[in-house]
Design a protein around this ligand. Structure first.
Ligand code: IMP
Length: 423
């Protein structure tokens, strides 16, 4: 089958960038299908760290084509910065990066609206990355948005101006204190638009379906994670797109019967940035240790991530919604040195023991029930084969596979491309 999907199964930050980078050599095309620069995909190779926000993680590969699909929202200001970084590294992106005409544009005022909306929510704020994601998707579904293809129209600037005018009135409606210099923001935006114009705008659904017909191998690269999905995540503490498998069909124009393997990525424990329920969250030394050893700080915002034990109730839910066929376990090395490893296998939900992910997962409704495993002391970061992994880790892996019913094909033992064990 031509199109495989790669998705995060938790609350994002599972390490998708690294795995796409590792797998790129098997694919002709890497395509992003949803989200925008709220994502931060980190790749580490040759001792250098690279963070991509909108550009697919195949851009460093010499031959893979990279498509930003119609489901993505693009901020020309951030996109320009990403391209400037690639320029510095002499990466030839112009021949390898294609942009869907149907992708929507994030305007500077979308970001201001995001900030106004979050400020007005006070304590109930979502913890948005403030990249304008929600307001841009609102304009998309409200049928007011601007698309990349609009930049090819003679009157695009008038359309931009009238949308900005509308946004300014909306910002006033929020009645919150917001300091901004629209002229400066607009200057950056226009410079971003000019940079964007250096790339090829395409009808990406046509391009991708032709590629499918020609037996090209395509990897659809997800952003964020399944529990941030607008429909299936912990609403309203979610992002504004479908991060789950179906989002790849709508975000690329690829039919469900063209999808082959669904590769699900999860961390050996769990993290979350921003607000919202997190049943297995830890507030003790174990959680602090995960954050410290795992360098759990957001790649986009630098915010510290909340940490907790692996939640198999949530993982099984994500596997089901996505139809995951292969699992990839990240950051196993971070759990080295814990005397006991816990994994949540069911919830006490309003006094009843359940094994499915319910509508309300807030702490007043859900208490996690754990199974315990003996930990391992060995440092995994130099290990290169499955046979060398400690027995207690193997038991942990076997337990997860048994519970979830899907094989774990990759165990990642460090951030570098080379610290990847194929099973
Ligand atoms: P937004 O999509 O920026 O509005 O953020 C909505 C929620 O999703 C917030 O809790 C963010 O922290 C979270 N979020 C958005 N993008 C990512 C990501 O790439 N990784 C992890 N969390 C994310």
């Amino acid at each position: 089958m031509a199109v495989n999907l790669l998705l995060g199964l938790q609350w994002g930050d599972e390490g998708k960038g690294k795995i796409v980078d590792v797998l790129t050599k098997e694919y002709d095309i890497i395509a992003r299908f949803q989200g925008g620069p709220n994502a931060g995909h980190t790749l580490i190779f040759d001792g250098q760290k690279h963070v991509l926000h909108t550009i697919p993680s195949g851009i460093f590969h010499p031959t893979a084509m990279n498509v930003v699909g119609n489901g993505v929202v693009i901020d020309p200001i951030i996109f320009k910065k990403e391209l400037d970084n690639l320029d510095k590294l002499s990466v030839d992106y112009k021949s390898k990066l294609l942009i869907s005409r149907k992708a929507h544009l994030i305007l500077p005022t979308h970001k201001l609206l995001d900030a106004a909306s979050e400020t007005s929510k006070g304590k109930a704020k979502i913890g948005s990355t403030l990249k304008g994601i929600g307001p841009t998707y609102m304009d998309k579904t409200g049928r007011n948005g601007m698309r990349v293809g609009d930049l090819e129209l003679a009157d695009w600037k008038e359309r931009y101006d009238s949308l900005v005018e509308k946004h300014i009135k909306m910002i006033e409606f929020f009645d919150v204190q917001l300091d901004y210099n629209l002229e400066e923001l607009e200057e950056d935006f226009l410079a971003g638009v000019e940079k964007l114009r250096e790339l090829r705008f395409i009808d990406s659904e046509e391009y991708l379906n032709n590629a499918v017909k020609n037996d090209k191998k395509i990897l659809a690269e997800g952003a964020q994670g399944s529990l941030l999905d607008i429909d299936f995540g912990t609403y309203p503490f979610v992002t504004s797109s479908n991060t789950t498998a179906a989002g790849a069909c709508t975000g690329l124009g690829i039919a469900p019967n063209k999808i082959g393997d669904v590769l699900g990525i999860f961390k050996a424990y769990t993290t979350r940035v921003g607000s919202g329920p997190f049943p297995t969250e830890l507030f003790d030394a174990d959680g602090e240790r995960m954050a410290k050893v795992g360098h759990e700080f957001g790649a986009t915002t630098g915010r510290p991530r909340r940490c907790g034990w692996l939640d198999l109730v949530a993982l099984k839910y994500a596997v089901q919604v996505n139809g995951v066929t292969e699992l990839m376990m990240m950051k196993a090395d971070v759990l080295s040195g814990f005397e006991t490893i816990k994994v949540c296998t069911s919830y006490n939900y309003k006094g009843e023991q359940i094994t499915h992910f319910p509508y309300n997962v807030e702490e007043q409704n859900v208490t996690p029930i754990y199974s315990e495993f003996a930990g391992w002391a060995e440092d995994l970061t130099e290990m290169t084969s499955d046979e060398t992994l400690p027995k207690n880790l193997k038991d942990y892996i076997a337990f997860i596979e048994e519970e979830v019913g899907v094989p774990i094909k990759i165990v990642s033992v460090g951030p570098d491309r080379n610290q990847t064990i194929m099973r």
